[in-house]
Design a protein around this ligand. Structure first.
Ligand code: PRT
Ligand code: ZN
Length: 285
């Protein structure tokens, strides 16, 4: 029987979340993850553990059918692969940064300057689009120390919290691109592998849809139902069930986690009592 091969990062910032996502899709593995490959026990999937920079090439050449990498890596390597799904983790941005004490008002600051980066292709394109002529210095790690040691005037690197820039006396001045982990796929997959991929994507969608949503249950008197229903969205509309005590109801719905606190205050004001908020594991729309 045919199997789908997925390449994920062996060790690094995307490794844990990539495996966690597969596990949340109900996929279980036989042995440890310290190896080069691993077979799933209950799904036709084989996992290859690789350096993230190699993943686009391995997918293009169909050593792996699909892979999980940052959009920054996909764009930098520009291989013949398709981005098929954003995965909502590994969020970061590729930014230009310069010494804190420099005054800055536009990208033209970079004209005639030297900029250190591990992303020469993306940065080269950015400078071209913005009509900037700067020298791009390619270095593979610890880009943030380049200005301090006199190797460059500024840098272009991945930022998430900004603390690395701060502790190196740098300030972020432009966002070149935003990035998150994505699933990429080889072009022209055989139909049996395509079918496994669709089954996997269905599961991934239900995991992604569920994250960020909560199930809410509350009690309310008949008189409060109308107002409470106008506050709660629900997948279709809230579910209303009668309680054993006459004139009271249990109302169920699904809410966005980021709207939670604001909504709870409104619900209490409208007469809701005994509010329970429960995590959702899977959500099929
Ligand atoms: O060994 P391998 O080549 O596989 O790994 P790697 O060292 O090239 O990559 P890794 O594990 O550092 O990152 C993998 C992917 O995670 C990146 O391609 C991004 O898509 C994503 N990602 C998300 C990040 C960050 N957040 C991040 N903060 N990648 C790198 N960083 C680094 C950044 O380079 C800088 O040194 O973290 C530092 C900045 O972080 P803050 O929080 O101080 O701003
Ligand atoms: Zn890498």
């Amino acid at each position: 029987m045919s199997k789908l091969k997925i390449a994920i990062q062996k060790k690094g910032r995307l490794s844990e979340n990539s495996l966690k996502m597969l596990e949340e899709c109900g996929i279980k593995f036989t042995n440890g993850t310290g190896k080069l490959k691993n077979d799933a026990r209950n799904f036709p999937l084989e996992v290859l553990f690789l350096r993230d920079d190699d993943i686009p090439y391995y997918v293009e050449s169909q050593v792996a059918d699909i892979g999980i990498v940052g959009e920054n890596v996909v764009l930098e390597h520009d291989r013949n692969v398709e981005t098929i799904k954003q995965l909502n983790f590994g969020n970061c941005r590729l930014s230009l940064a310069i010494p804190r004490e420099e005054s800055y008002n536009s990208p033209s600051w970079f004209n005639g300057k030297r900029v250190a980066t591990s992303y020469p292709n993306i940065l080269g394109r950015y400078f071209k689009e913005n009509n900037i002529s700067a020298e791009v210095e390619v270095i593979s790690g610890s880009v943030e120390i380049a200005p301090g040691i006199g190797l460059a005037d500024g840098i272009c690197d991945i930022v998430s919290t900004g603390s690395t820039l701060l502790s190196n006396g740098l300030k972020e001045v432009e966002t070149v691109m935003k990035s998150q982990a994505v699933m990429i796929a080889a072009k022209g997959l055989e139909s049996d592998r395509q079918e496994i991929l669709e089954r996997l994507l269905f599961r991934i969608m239900s995991v992604i849809n569920a994250s960020g949503n909560k199930y809410i249950l509350l009690n309310a008197p008949d008189s409060a139902i109308e107002e409470i229903c106008s506050i709660l969205p629900g997948m279709k509309s809230p579910t209303i069930l009668p309680l054993a005590i006459k004139g009271w109801n249990s109302i169920h719905s699904v809410i966005r986690e980021d709207e939670f606190w604001e909504m709870i205050t409104k619900l209490k004001k409208a007469g809701a009592e005994g509010i329970l908020v429960i995590p959702i594991e899977k959500m099929i729309l």
